[in-house]
Design a protein around this ligand. Structure first.
Ligand code: ADP
Ligand code: MG
Length: 500
């Protein structure tokens, strides 16, 4: 067992002296001098899932959030009393995962050592990994191709280790966790239909709320304002208005979600959705599915910033941030490794190269784990996840405030001359177009046309089309002639594919 510490005061007192590594709506990660916490010299990393600590930070830093009516009071709250219980679940789950990984043989411990946990501030104290992460590695020069290949090789290795230790890891963390107060909380359980549906609904609402000028106008109308004022629950009222707005444009939000997710499930799992009861109770069934390549333990957030760039010969693969680790399909990690913001393909050649890397992964898994994956199905599933992830990233981008966007786009010529007042809209358009247009363009190019022969290609096409329609009807990509002409190009292209 790891040590326990009362970290909450320490954290608050020392926030100034710490190196802030990451601030999120649900956690705060700091580099702290180990001596201050009684761990000897050198740095340690403290990740707190206690939003109070982070709430203080947010309160001082986000004027912008206060100006808009709240969409989800939870995510937008700047109240220092703000408390998100899911932080507790995440924290306990992460704690169990770190403990499980420590039981593995030395060369296979793919996470930094957990030094201590704190109940009050929901913190983990972690050994500091003295290495660059892949994000910095990407940003430190060229040769994206080689770096992405290395990232994929890290993933083959990580999945290899997780596969080999499937039972040890699963038995320690389990489907869900029994915690001391008797409540059940998340373990390695896959995301269920309801989870997926809630996520997607939130993303789409955020996108409409933040990204559609038409919705913004709709919201300013007197009827809308009266409707919001008619109840104290502003969040619900705004959400209802979003549904109404979409309805008037021919989109029934709940139907859209259901159709989208039905296709998603079919593309990703075929008939093997891992949410079935039997899996939960029988780890042999789980393991058998793993051997047949139908599911795996995945990292769940295989972003460059969570992967350390250690040469694999000196020390096997090391990652952090296992909060989303779960049972799922392995292509989810592959999609994250290939289609992240540091490596988003822009040209048909880059698109093709990503697909080569998917095949490299499939080959790697065959060799490393003796698990055979159907590369055609694997590619379609990876592209489907990319599409879903594009929606997610777009929703994340939507929540950036102008200062964040300025910092993020610094040096990018597309945004240099854009005044602050237009920055957000321009940025969102570019990010959306970049993600989705690159994808559809490649899909239509001479090389990409081969994708039409893939299993499930018609279903994937239907999926792309439905998303595109959603964005058009809800006014996300309208309003500028440039976006419109692009939209027309995408539409034309898709029509062409559909005829083939
Ligand atoms: N043990 C560690 N050693 C060194 N750096 C770390 C460690 N843990 C996290 N970091 C750095 O801090 C960043 C944020 O930590 P992470 O757990 O990924 O939090 P978040 O949930 O905010 O992504 C990581 O991207 C990584 O660069
Ligand atoms: Mg992270």
């Amino acid at each position: 067992m790891v040590r326990s510490l009362p970290l909450v005061e320490l954290l608050s007192d020392q926030l100034e002296g710490c190196r802030v590594l990451s601030v999120r709506r649900g956690s705060l990660t700091l580099g702290v001098n180990g001596e201050d916490l009684g761990f000897g010299s050198g740095q340690v990393v403290v990740k707190s899932y206690n939003p109070v600590a982070y709430g203080m930070f947010l309160k001082n830093n986000s004027e912008y959030l206060r100006k808009k009516p709240s969409l989800e009071s939870e995510a937008y709250s700047v109240n220092p009393e703000y408390y998100r219980p899911s932080g507790t679940y995440q924290w306990r789950k992460a704690q169990h995962i770190y403990e499980a990984v420590q039981q593995l043989p030395p060369g296979e411990r793919f996470l930094p050592r957990l030094l201590a946990c704190d109940e009050t501030s929901h913190s983990l104290v972690l050994e500091y990994v003295p290495a660059q992460d892949f994000r910095s590695y990407y940003l430190s020069g060229n040769d994206k191709k080689r770096k992405t290949r290395e990232l994929v090789d890290h993933l083959v290795e990580l999945h290899g280790i997780m596969g080999k230790n499937f039972r040890v890891l699963y038995d320690h963390v389990k489907w869900q966790l029994n915690v001391p107060d008797g409540t059940l909380t998340y373990g390695l359980r896959p995301r269920m239909w309801k989870d997926e549906c809630n996520r997607l609904r939130n993303y789409l609402r955020t996108i409409v709320y933040e990204g559609s000028e038409q919705f913004w106008e709709y919201l300013q109308r007197r009827e809308s304002q009266n409707y919001i004022a008619s109840s104290s629950d502003e969040t619900t009222q705004v959400n209802n208005l979003i549904s109404r707005f979409l309805g008037e444009r021919g989109i029934h939000l709940e139907n859209f979600l259901a159709s989208f997710l039905r296709r998603d499930l079919a593309l990703v799992y075929g008939n093997d959705f891992p949410g079935k009861k039997r899996l939960k109770t029988d780890s042999n069934v789980l393991h058998d599915r793993y051997r047949r390549g139908r599911l795996a333990l995945i990292h769940g957030d295989f972003n460059p910033q969570n992967i350390f760039n250690l040469s694999m010969s000196e020390q096997k693969v090391t990652v952090c941030d296992p909060d989303e680790m779960r049972i799922a399909h392995r292509h989810i990690d592959v999609a994250t490794a290939l289609y992240n913001i540091y490596n988003m393909p822009h040209t048909p050649e880059q698109e093709a190269y990503c697909l080569e890397l998917v095949k490299r992964y499939v080959e790697g898994v065959k060799e490393r784990e003796k698990v055979f994956l159907n590369s055609g199905e694997f590619i379609t599933a990876t592209l489907e996840t990319r599409l879903k992830e594009a929606i997610h990233l777009f929703a994340v981008d939507c929540r950036f405030d102008p200062a964040e966007i300025r910092a993020f786009t610094d040096g990018d010529e597309r945004f240099n001359d854009v005044p602050d007042s237009d920055l957000k809209v321009t940025f969102l358009r570019e990010m959306f177009v970049e993600n989705l247009e690159g994808f559809t363009d490649y899909y239509l190019s001479a090389y990409g046309r081969g994708l039409c022969d893939l299993p499930n290609a018609p279903l994937l096409r239907e999926q792309i089309l439905s998303v595109e329609e959603f964005f058009h009807k809800s006014g996300i990509v309208e309003g500028s002639s440039r976006a419109l002409s692009r939209g027309a190009r995408i539409r034309k292209g898709l029509a062409q594919v559909l005829q083939e």
